[in-house]
Write a new protein. Structure first.
Length: 258
C-alpha cells in the first residue's frame, strides 16, 4: 500500500484513466517473497503489472510501457530534450532516491514493525530477500537502527534531491513544464513520504517552490486515488507516530551533515 513504486504506477494508471485490478502484496509480511509472486517477479519487488497475461516488472519500465501501449493522454511528451529530461529525473529517483527512502523508511517505521515479531523472526524474514544489496542494507538497519551508515547517506541524498527540485521548480510549475508528466509522477511518492511521516518541514522549504508543487500534485484526483485511497486512517496514524518518534534522531543526524 505504501510502496512508492506502486504509488507512481497507480498514478499513471489514474492519470491515463486506465482500468485495472489491484492485488495488495503485504511487504511487511514478506508476501512479495512468496513462491507464486517470485514466479512473476524474481526480484521480489513491487509492483508487478500483468497485461495480456505477460508480467512486466520495474516501476519505471511499467510506467513507460503503459504510456506507449495506451497512448491516450501521453505522459512522456515534448521534444527529444524534454523526454531526456524526464527520463533523467526518473533515473535519479530509481538509482539514488528510491534506495535512500528505503533506508529512511526502514529506520523510521519498518524496523519497528518487523521487530514486533521478535528479533529472530525479523532477521529470518530479511534473510529471505533475494537482492543482496537490499538484504544487507535491511540487516544493517535492523541491527543498528538510526546509527546505520545507510541512514546518514540517505539523508544527504534526500537533502540534495529536495534542493535540486526546489531549484528546478522555481523555473516552472511542473517537472513536465506545462503539465505533469512521468517525471512528476516518479518524484511524487518520495515527497509524499516526507509528509506521511510528518518530517516534511526538515526537507521542504515552507512556502517554497517544492512545497507549492506538492500541493498542486496533492490536489489532483489521481493523487487521491493512487495514494490516499490505499492508506487508511489507522495506517497514516501509525506512520505519523513513527515519524514523530524518529524526528529527534533524524534532526541530530542532519546536523552532522552541516
Amino acid at each position: 500500500m505504501v510502496s512508492p513504486c506502486a504509488q507512481k504506477v497507480r498514478w499513471v494508471l489514474y492519470e491515463k484513466k486506465l482500468d485495472y485490478v489491484s492485488h495488495i502484496v503485504n511487504i511487511v509480511e514478506k508476501e512479495n517473497l512468496a513462491p507464486a509472486y517470485l514466479r512473476l517477479n524474481p526480484r521480489g519487488v513491487v509492483p508487478t503489472l500483468v497485461d495480456s497475461g505477460i508480467p512486466i516488472v520495474e516501476s519505471s519500465l511499467i510506467c513507460e510501457y503503459l504510456d506507449e501501449v495506451y497512448p491516450r493522454k501521453p505522459l512522456l511528451r515534448g521534444d527529444v530534450h524534454q523526454r531526456l529530461a524526464t527520463r533523467l529525473w526518473m533515473k535519479t529517483v530509481d538509482e539514488a532516491v528510491h534506495p535512500s527512502l528505503g533506508a529512511l523508511a526502514w529506520a523510521i517505521s519498518l524496523r519497528r514493525q518487523f521487530l514486533q515479531a521478535g528479533e529472530a523472526e525479523a532477521r529470518a524474514k530479511v534473510l529471505r530477500v533475494p537482492d543482496p544489496v537490499r538484504r544487507s542494507r535491511q540487516l544493517r538497519i535492523l541491527e543498528q537502527g538510526m546509527d546505520a551508515p545507510d541512514v546518514i547517506q540517505a539523508l544527504a541524498i534526500y537533502v540534495d534531491f529536495c534542493q535540486h527540485l526546489e531549484d528546478a521548480l522555481q523555473q516552472q510549475d511542473w517537472l513536465g513544464e506545462a503539465e505533469p508528466d512521468l517525471a512528476d509522477g516518479a518524484v511524487m511518492p518520495y515527497i509524499h513520504a516526507l509528509y506521511q511521516y510528518g518530517v516534511d518541514d526538515i526537507f521542504v522549504e515552507e512556502g517554497g517552490a517544492l512545497e507549492r508543487w506538492f500541493k498542486r500534485m496533492a490536489s489532483r484526483n489521481s493523487y487521491a486515488k493512487a495514494v490516499l485511497a490505499y492508506l487508511p486512517a489507522e495506517r497514516l496514524d501509525l506512520l505519523a507516530g513513527h515519524g514523530r518518534a524518529s524526528r529527534e534522531a533524524l534532526a541530530e543526524r542532519l546536523q552532522s551533515l552541516a
